[in-house]
Design a protein around this ligand. Structure first.
Ligand SMILES: [Zn+2]
Length: 364
């Protein structure tokens, strides 16, 4: 067992699965006797097997634990921070406990993570898109309509191209050599595609340009698509992931935004690609971050959902030893997200992010 104190002063006990006292599998959770306060009357320790985090329900103990094997990325990060003693105010002490009084039975239920294995058609769809990547990139450069769309959202074509943005024109699917893939790829026609990255590999998210005309307001187009029986505004491959740089090359201080176009707005404004990550509806997985990541600016949407998510994520990130700052867009009627703010107000709209980000860099 390793006891770690985060910058926020929270204590986290990092445990190995073998240290759990007589654990029982309750589905998503595992309950065990708490060897930290030493109770064997009830299994007061409850641990979520999908992320390794748990706590003791005993009010006097209330310990937060992390089972290393169930969240190796975060456990590794915390241990790494501990041994490097990097962050000021971050300290840890470790103690080797004697073996738990109750050795877990060999016959304990298998604690398996749920695995999300995509059906075959989704594998085929993703492969087909990946094989067209080069042609779709060229199509973005050539399509007047796709270029106009980016332009009206205030996105530099150069930034879009260098960050792997591409376009699937309906005409490309008519090529005889794509006859086989046509059925799978039809739903991607007339979409701007943005590459996604995840430990499971590359994927895409696609924004429909169905019935979009140059000069059409973004919110009008959104309403048009949000009606029943219209193409979905956004679709994703499975696995999906984040729209960002390769995970192992992410910067030590990150800015997290919600939407793909929020990220493109920030990049057009001059933020480096390795600094900005768009979650695009994929849950924040701290174990996807490389060890270098120390601080995060949460710049999600300014609506109720975004604010809620920011509060939840801030707690989760802080618990993992990261420095967190919140920076929702100013609610001035110019848009709930950074993309809209950028479209309407240009560079001054991103000043709050710039200030929070540079402040966090200085304090790191
Ligand atoms: Zn306890």
């Amino acid at each position: 067992m390793l006891t770690i104190r985060t910058q926020q002063g929270r204590l986290i006990e990092i445990l190995l699965q073998s240290e759990l006292c007589d654990p029982v599998n309750m589905g998503e959770y595992v309950r065990a006797f708490c060897h930290i306060h030493g109770s064997d009357h009830q299994r007061s320790l409850s641990i979520n097997t999908s992320n390794g985090w748990g706590h003791c329900f005993n009010a006097e103990c209330n310990v937060t634990v992390l089972v290393a094997e169930w969240n190796p990325g975060v456990a590794q990060r915390l241990i790494h921070l501990y041994y490097r003693g990097l962050s000021p105010g971050f300290s840890a002490s470790h103690q080797y406990q004697s073996a738990p009084r109750r050795t877990p039975l060999v016959s304990q239920p298998l604690l398996l993570h749920s695995t999300n294995v995509p059906p075959q058609w989704q594998n085929d769809e993703r492969s087909a898109l990946l094989s067209l990547d080069k042609q779709m990139r060229t199509a973005l450069e050539r399509s007047r309509r796709a270029r106009a769309y980016l332009n009206e959202r205030g996105i530099s074509l150069e930034v879009a191209i260098s960050n792997g943005v591409c376009y699937l024109p309906a005409a490309l699917l008519k090529l005889p050599e794509l006859q086989k893939q046509r059925g799978l790829l039809n739903r991607w026609a007339e979409r701007i595609l943005l590459p996604l990255t995840s430990p499971a590999g590359k994927g895409y998210i696609g924004r429909s340009l169905w019935h979009w005309q140059p000069g059409m307001d973004e919110n009008v187009h959104k309403k048009l698509l949000d009606q029943p029986d219209r193409p979905r505004r956004w679709i994703k491959t499975n696995p999906a992931g984040w729209f960002g740089h390769d995970l192992d090359q992410l910067s030590g201080c990150l800015i997290l935004v919600e939407g793909a176009f929020d990220r493109l707005a920030l990049l057009t404004a001059g933020f480096r690609p390795e600094v900005v990550v768009a979650l695009v509806g994929t849950a924040l997985q701290i174990d996807w971050f490389p060890h270098e990541v120390k601080s995060v600016v949460l710049a999600l949407d300014g609506d109720e959902g975004g604010m809620d998510a920011m509060r939840r994520l801030a707690e989760c990130l802080a618990r993992s030893g990261l420095c967190v700052s919140l920076c929702p867009p100013i609610q001035d009627g110019c848009g709930k997200d950074w993309s809209e703010q950028w479209r309407r107000k240009g560079p001054p709209s991103l000043r709050p992010i710039y200030e929070v980000y540079t402040g966090l860099l200085r304090s790191a």
